[in-house]
Design a protein around this ligand. Sequence first.
Ligand code: MG
Length: 397
Amino acid sequence: MELRTGARTDVGLVRGNNQDGYRSDHPLHAVADGMGGHRGGEIASDLALDVLSSWKDRLLDEDPQRLREAIQEANQTVFRHGQDDEGLAGMGTTLTAALFSDGNVTLAHVGDSRAYLLRGNTLSQLTEDQTLVAQWEREGKIDAGEAEHHPQRHILRQAVGSGADLDVDMTTVELRGGDRLLLATDGLHGVVGDDERIKETLLAHDDPETAAAELVELAKAAGGNDNITVLVLDVVADTAPGPATGDADEPVIVSKPSSGTRKAPGRLRRNPRRVALTAGAVALVALIGVIAFARSAGPAYLLGTSDGYVALLEGTPGEGGEPPDAEVVEVYRDVPLSDIAKPSREDLRSGIEVVSPREAERILAQLPRQLGPRDTPPPTPSPTPVRISVPEETPAP
Ligand code: MG
């Protein structure tokens, strides 16, 4: 399968440095968006991409599901570096990788960068954002409009390097000649906010290099307040086995999105079985439902409250603002509930589901920041002491 590719990474209009990165070395392509103080973010995204690149030869002619192992190794490497160097503690990165093989693309995904497929006039998002807000939206706690402007929309459920355990979403999609795949960090979709405009830009420019450059311009025109990275990957017609034109433009999911930290990964098959699901969009929605269910089924760890403090709980979260049905595991005495911004405080009162105590601590570290860790400007020195007020009127989910 032959590709034509276009790639851009740009610091944007507001940030001082570029913590994003990408690698494009066919058949392996990836974008990463690092986070962490000082140089941590740059180092995290670079390290993760280097580890991934080192897997390229091993992934050729192998089961593409082994891409998950590559991401796990990247996670271990970034995590170890963060532990070894105090200045890099807490660094992490998103990672969205695409491996082309056998007429398919296999995606491995952690964080809130995205993969999209443009087929004909239909743009489909192939990855799910691993953010708290996206989780709430899937669970019906907030609607799409609220999610788009939610103050916690940038808080990730996990990142590569942020913990020993990692939940890698894997998806395999069948490709056709003429398909265009887009990998992008949230400096694009998080700023542009409207997939329709992303689609229009992709449709307007046939050359992938031009399309990539124009997507960066689109993000800048919308404010450019984050680093922007895009990879445009065009499947050259006649090099993919699928028909260049078909009945439906929705992607056909070959292997369902899968993830898991609570159980050991299953045995890997050498070749993914091609299960051609007909109504692709319906299947995708159903599968997303399955994932949301799997993540919310049964008692789980919760980030909640106890006695006026933030606490780790075990149980089930409350519905519609009700308190959770849960036991207290640990009270974080150093974090009074009053330190947390109001929208998060209300989420805590019902319990925020987390996969592990470590994830609870990581999310807790992000919570007080009203705009999320990657949007919060550094504090500017002020000649007189000012009280930083928490906007109490922000609507809660
Ligand atoms: Mg970003």
